[in-house]
Design a protein around this ligand. Sequence first.
Ligand code: HEC
Ligand code: HEC
Length: 458
Amino acid sequence: MKKLLVILGLICLSFSSIILFKPGDEPVPIQASKQRTGDAKAGFIYLTTGDYLRSGIPLSYFKLGFGKTAINYFNRDGNNKDIPYDYTVVNAPNGEPVVAPNCMQCHAQVFDGRLIMGLGNSTIDFTHGQKLDPKNAAAAEKLLKNTDLNKYEASEPFLRVVKAIGGQLHTKVRGVNTADRLAALLASHRDPKTFRWSDQTMLEVSDEVIPTDVPAWWMLKKKNAMFYNGFGRGDFGRFLMASNLLTVNDTSESREVDAHFNDVLAYINSIQPPAYPNPVDKTLAKKGGILFVQYCSKCHGSYGSGGKYPNLLIPESDVKTDSLLYKSNYQSYQFVEWFNNSWFATGDHPAKLEPFNGYIAPPLDGIWITAPYLHNGSVPDLETLLNSKERPAYWSRDFNNPVYDYDKLGWKYIVKDSVQGTTVYDTHLPGYGNYGHTYGDKLSNGERKAIIEYLKTL
Ligand code: HEC
Ligand code: HEC
């Protein structure tokens, strides 16, 4: 009997140690990789006026369609003076001026009347595919071919891409982004070594459209890996320039564009998060800071002078947020292989993709302004991020007159009991789940309030 008990005890011990130390359950630190240095000012100019895309819509047609004068947020001159901030007028290789979308389509947002550079655009609308409608692209191509061959030649690389993949980027809900899918679809039409376009797809891309939020640019300076999955390793400039795949002609163009992205990285690293504009309760924030160190710092780091960011990947078994995004990097392994065997992974500053079964615990600088939260933007504010039972299953915000809640830190929203149209976030859809990250649940309401007050100061 005693022997049996001992054996049972041993089994229990080894069982509990499996639960505690199951391989893959531990956070994984990410090592830094060498980055190119550059000039932030030159990077800003290139980002807002540079020709990292060299095809688009002929300028005269764009002006006809847009019809009004945009606010000149960047004080741009020449043709860019009255073009919206998220487009740039560039000269196509044949000298024809075309209007191309730029990074600020997704990486800037007007917030309470001010354009915030680097803030992920959480109002973008991929639901109807209006931005990239293949039918419109085909019609435009036909028209240009019959009327102006120069303009046709200048627009063709852009229009053929829209025709081929524009219809495959629709999301179910407004406000989420499909840049990851865009990258995979572009790769599927391009030779990895030469970037030559083919109308046929050469990789299988799953039909699933996985939604993401857009991370704020000012956090990148702390991170040793890019993207929610932390799978972007090596030279960051190579990932920053990946939009060039949209219209690139050949790798000699990629080389020219790449030579500017050390400066773009320097600019991105120079961006400071916007300060919380309202008064902060200092006593409460101090209390929140102590709780933060106790409950949050081991993953998200410490702030202020002497602050440290640990750069940790947290396995899904711990964070338990929606798994579709990270899983897609394993299920569509062909894309990872395409990238790791492509031009991007060559030369003296290569990049590579290293998938992980979880997500990076991001720095929380400027977190007050970056709602909605989690990698899929499924949680409307910090109050509910820290109390998972209160997270709304269906919620809607006013995209025409967005109002920010400076106390709960997030978009003012209305709880719905079902899906109605494309402005209601439906957390039951695959990839849109709002579960996991329950680290705030055990705190009292008062403790959560204190942590939120502290987060306003980061
Ligand atoms: C169509 C929207 C879109 C465009 C255009 C776009 N991005 Fe992004 N970007 C995203 C999304 C979405 C992510 C997050 C993807 C993920 O992590 O899975 C991202 C991630 C990033 C990151 C990583 C940040 C981090 O902390 O990990 C950087 C930096 C970045 N983009 C820079 C750029 C630059 C520079 C350009 C222009 C050359 C650009 N992006 C164009 C949508 C876009
Ligand atoms: C075990 C590690 C871990 C702990 C502890 C932890 N977090 Fe997180 N946190 C993460 C990870 C990983 C993510 C990204 C999850 C995702 O997007 O799916 C995240 C995301 C967040 C986000 C959303 C970021 C964004 O841009 O959407 C906030 C805010 C946040 N955490 C705050 C906190 C606070 C406050 C605490 C303490 C009460 C805390 N976290 C404790 C790992 C952790």
